[in-house]
Design a protein around this ligand. Structure first.
Ligand code: SME
Length: 151
């Protein structure tokens, strides 16, 4: 995957003065979804700690009805509580999984930390089985660190 080559474009989006925060998040999702063939859906959920819910703030790919996810529910809701990366090679093998689209075979969710607190996550769905490696995790941790700077 061309992770290193994507970093300058991502930094340009995040530092651009003409975009709102939501536009920046959407453009980051679009860049990842169009550049990496196995990233079929890319979204950012942000947490409402008081309500214990995750809210979809930006995405690229097919629209989903799961715009609000309670903590603990699905892969996303589990990461809201565990504060750790969750890489799912085969979504059908997961009991606590929320299906958005039957074409999805694998998913990766990486928590997004600001000032040491888990404030949301990047969520990626793939139509390819078992496509993610440690390199994806490290790259997406880098993306989240950069995104945290504008939140
Ligand atoms: N599959 C996720 C729900 C969000 S969609 O992938 C967009 C989950 O189980 O939490």
């Amino acid at each position: 995957m061309p992770f290193e080559s994507l970093k300058p474009g991502l930094e340009n989006i995040l530092s651009a003065t003409q975009f709102s925060v939501n536009e920046k998040l959407t453009r980051v999702c679009e860049l990842l979804q169009t550049s990496i063939p196995v990233y079929n859906w890319v979204g950012f959920y942000l947490a409402n700690k008081a309500k214990k819910t995750l809210h979809l703030k930006a995405f690229a790919g097919a629209p989903t009805e799961h715009t609000v996810i309670p903590f603990g529910k699905g892969i996303c809701g589990q990461v809201a509580e565990s504060n750790t990366n969750f890489v799912v090679e085969d979504v059908l093998a997961q009991d606590n999984y929320i299906a958005c689209n039957i074409a999805v075979k694998a998913e990766i969710v990486i928590p997004l930390f600001k000032d040491g607190k888990n404030i949301g996550q990047i969520d990626i769905d793939s139509h390819t089985a078992d496509p993610f490696t440690k390199k994806d995790e490290h790259f997406l941790e880098w993306v989240n660190k950069k995104v945290a700077e504008i939140l």
